[in-house]
Write a new protein. Sequence first.
Length: 190
Amino acid sequence: MAKRGLLIVISGPSGVGKGTVRELLMGDRELDLVYSVSYTTRAMRPGEKDGVDYHFVDETTFRKMVAEGGFLEHTNFVSHNYGTPKKEVFAALEEGHNVILEIEVNGAHQIMKKCKGENLLTIFILPPDRETLLERLVGRDTEDPEVIKARLEKASRELAMAKDYDYQIVNDDLGKAVEAIRSLIRARLG
Ligand code: ADP
Ligand code: 5GP
């Protein structure tokens, strides 16, 4: 039987670069990473693909999944629901793959509680400063001004929770941040 994989949780405020870092990490075949595609009720952004970036579902479908216990964790983030599918994550871990969850702080806390003592690595990505975070969020050009405002307000509360994670990594130079996270994962994999 394969050795159970490592569950890796990556959080950080909206626009800090989680998705960018994750995609670069996924390119390293040696890490044997599987990205857990979440379910969400938010609208698809231009360029996103259903089943790749998220499983885009309506409220009714999401609530049904919650009722059936289909999520490992789930939460509401700035007016939309997000959840990690339990079955897929457990199946990949059982097969020995390492699974990356890119989720916000509420969901991460649920995982920390549920998976205490298990093979879990939690990493919080920090921005160099608030101005840079705003620049990245605005520069990405995917949200309306009022959504950007709501996400920035949320960011302050999220940053206060960075200390609850195993490691905090500043995403200033992208290459260095990816390398730092890659080293943390490698060290845990032994
Ligand atoms: P998140 O997934 O955390 O919301 P993204 O990965 O979408 O953030 O990144 C937000 C924006 O910031 C994107 O336009 C991305 O290209 C850019 N970005 C990410 N990391 C860096 C970095 N280290 N330096 C400059 N820009 C970055
Ligand atoms: P976005 O709308 O920018 O894709 O994601 C908004 C926030 O929700 C980000 O912090 C992202 O990491 C988080 N997120 C994405 N999927 C999940 C999930 O399944 N569960 C939780 N708790 N957060 C998620």
